[in-house]
Design a protein around this ligand. Structure first.
Ligand code: UDP
Length: 328
């Protein structure tokens, strides 16, 4: 099967491209490199990379038609909570307006399957933990709101036009390809685990803890960290399920275990054997206190099983990749 991966030069997108290639899919990546990493094209030579805009209807329509694409996996989006609070227009433009242009091209070309990169941010502040898919959807930041808006569009496109889609709601993606080919390379980096590892490498003076007065046991936010390769594998499973006639749906992806910011820092100290400075700062706007998944639905319906569920393993894979980048 030929598939198109938008945002395939990004962090989760590139790891998914690698898993798709391993599973035997023909992969065309469409990425505008606004956030992605150009080096991914060299690291994954079996995929074809096209540098362009997902809202370029002519380009996308041409690629979908000429390559006989049967599925689009849509990762191309902005994903930083704080940035979305500061500049919601940027998020609506990229995640909704451009996303809908892509969806229109998909509909026009008659592509049957669509996998969407969604997020736990669609839930907002949890009213019950672990968070299952039927939890109320009340995003607390524009990032979550724009992802939810696209999910809703998919639902209506599915009902009216028969588009077969699966939305995957990721909790906190982390870690790096255990084979060492790919890793997390955001610039600027804002995510906790890479920030902590940069501090462990001496590339940063200190790690800031955003908020120590949350209603959690140690006062810092709790998140459910999931290894990026486990996430990537779930996309292949979802695609196989759709192709086998599975109905459209929405699935959480997390390890069903929470770790606080302080626990991440302590685990990183242990894994890396490095000490680094930690400073306590004010809360970051838009952050819910606790986000922990129930992933029962995807385990039961699609048979998903994480292989790298342990936080120390997640941090270890990221650490190995980071160290190699610095040495290179
Ligand atoms: N965080 C932090 N310091 C940092 C980066 C993140 O204390 O330098 C906290 C952040 O407030 C949140 C958690 O770590 O509670 C995870 O944040 P991240 O940006 O990694 O992912 P998000 O949950 O926003 O998707």
């Amino acid at each position: 099967m030929q598939v198109m991966v938008t945002g395939g030069a990004g962090y989760i997108g590139s790891h998914t491209v690698k898993e798709l290639l391993r599973a035997g899919y023909g992969v065309t990546v469409l990425d505008d490199l606004s956030r992605g990493n150009r080096a991914v094209a060299r690291l994954l030579p079996q995929a074809e990379f096209v540098w362009g805009d997902i809202a370029d209807r002519e380009l996308v329509g041409g690629l979908l038609g000429s390559r006989g694409i049967a599925a689009v996996l849509h990762f191309a989006a902005l994903s930083i909570v704080g940035e979305s609070v500061a500049d919601p227009a940027l998020y609506y433009r990229n995640n909704v307006v451009k996303g809908l242009a892509l969806l229109e091209a998909v509909r026009e070309a008659g592509v049957p399957y669509f996998i969407f990169s969604s997020t736990a941010a669609v839930y907002g502040e949890p009213v019950q933990v672990p968070v299952a898919e039927d939890h109320p959807l009340v995003p607390t930041n524009p990032y979550g709101a724009t992802k939810l808006a696209f999910e809703e569009a998919l639902r209506w496109y599915g009902a009216a036009y028969g588009l077969r889609y699966i939305s995957l709601r990721y909790f906190n993606a982390a870690g790096a390809d255990p084979e060492g080919v790919l890793g997390e390379d955001h610039r600027p980096e804002t995510h906790l685990i890479p920030v902590v590892l940069q501090a462990a490498l001496g590339l940063r003076e200190a790690v800031a803890v955003f908020g120590t007065d949350y209603p959690t046991p140690d006062g810092t936010c709790i998140r459910d960290y999931i290894h990026v390769t486990d996430l990537a594998a779930a996309h292949v499973l979802a695609l196989e399920a759709l192709a086998a006639g599975h109905p459209p749906g929405v699935y959480n992806l997390g390890n069903e275990r929470g770790a606080s910011v302080r626990e991440v820092i302590e685990t990183a100290r242990r894994v890396t054997g490095q000490d680094f400075r930690v400073v306590e700062e004010a809360r970051r706007p838009g952050d819910p206190a606790v986000l922990v998944a129930s992933s029962q639905r995807i385990k039961e319906e699609l048979g998903w099983r994480p292989c790298y569920g342990d936080l120390a393993t997640i941090i270890q894979t990221a650490w190995e990749w980071y160290r190699r980048q610095v040495e290179a």
